[in-house]
Write a protein that binds this ligand. Structure first.
Ligand SMILES: [Zn+2]
Length: 70
Protein backbone atom coordinates (compact mmCIF):
# COMPACT_ATOMS: atom_id res chain seq x y z
CA UNK A 1 0.00 0.00 0.00
CA UNK A 2 1.03 3.56 -0.68
CA UNK A 3 -0.16 6.56 1.27
CA UNK A 4 -0.95 9.90 -0.34
CA UNK A 5 -0.53 12.98 1.86
CA UNK A 6 0.38 16.63 1.69
CA UNK A 7 3.32 18.58 2.98
CA UNK A 8 2.79 21.87 4.83
CA UNK A 9 4.08 23.60 1.70
CA UNK A 10 1.11 22.21 -0.20
CA UNK A 11 2.85 19.65 -2.33
CA UNK A 12 1.32 16.21 -2.62
CA UNK A 13 3.57 13.30 -1.78
CA UNK A 14 3.30 9.58 -1.53
CA UNK A 15 5.14 7.06 0.61
CA UNK A 16 5.14 3.34 0.88
CA UNK A 17 3.14 2.19 3.86
CA UNK A 18 5.42 1.52 6.81
CA UNK A 19 7.97 4.14 5.82
CA UNK A 20 8.55 6.44 8.79
CA UNK A 21 9.58 9.66 7.09
CA UNK A 22 9.45 11.23 3.67
CA UNK A 23 11.42 14.24 2.53
CA UNK A 24 9.58 16.81 0.50
CA UNK A 25 11.26 18.77 -2.29
CA UNK A 26 10.84 21.89 -0.12
CA UNK A 27 13.39 20.36 2.26
CA UNK A 28 11.01 19.47 5.07
CA UNK A 29 11.17 15.95 6.46
CA UNK A 30 7.69 14.72 7.23
CA UNK A 31 6.69 12.02 9.67
CA UNK A 32 4.37 9.97 7.52
CA UNK A 33 2.34 8.65 10.47
CA UNK A 34 1.49 12.10 11.76
CA UNK A 35 0.20 13.38 8.40
CA UNK A 36 -3.43 13.37 7.46
CA UNK A 37 -3.84 10.67 4.84
CA UNK A 38 -5.75 11.66 1.75
CA UNK A 39 -5.79 8.36 0.00
CA UNK A 40 -4.34 4.87 0.02
CA UNK A 41 -3.55 2.97 -3.14
CA UNK A 42 -2.08 -0.41 -3.93
CA UNK A 43 0.68 0.28 -6.39
CA UNK A 44 3.42 2.79 -6.99
CA UNK A 45 1.87 3.62 -10.37
CA UNK A 46 -1.48 4.41 -8.72
CA UNK A 47 0.31 6.52 -6.12
CA UNK A 48 2.11 8.46 -8.81
CA UNK A 49 -1.14 9.02 -10.70
CA UNK A 50 -3.03 10.05 -7.56
CA UNK A 51 -0.33 12.59 -6.73
CA UNK A 52 -0.46 14.00 -10.23
CA UNK A 53 -4.26 14.23 -10.13
CA UNK A 54 -4.14 16.10 -6.85
CA UNK A 55 -1.39 18.42 -8.07
CA UNK A 56 -3.49 19.16 -11.15
CA UNK A 57 -6.45 20.05 -8.93
CA UNK A 58 -4.34 22.31 -6.76
CA UNK A 59 -2.12 23.99 -9.30
CA UNK A 60 -4.24 23.73 -12.42
CA UNK A 61 -3.56 21.35 -15.22
CA UNK A 62 0.16 21.95 -15.41
CA UNK A 63 1.41 18.67 -14.01
CA UNK A 64 4.26 18.62 -11.58
CA UNK A 65 6.07 21.70 -10.39
CA UNK A 66 9.45 21.88 -12.01
CA UNK A 67 12.57 22.23 -9.89
CA UNK A 68 13.23 25.49 -11.71
CA UNK A 69 9.96 26.93 -10.34
CA UNK A 70 10.98 26.48 -6.73
ZN1 LIG B 1 7.02 20.53 1.28
Amino acid sequence: MYIIFRCDCGRVLYAKEGVATRKCVCGKTLKVKSRRIFKKVNTREDASLAVQDMQDEIYGNTGFMKASDL
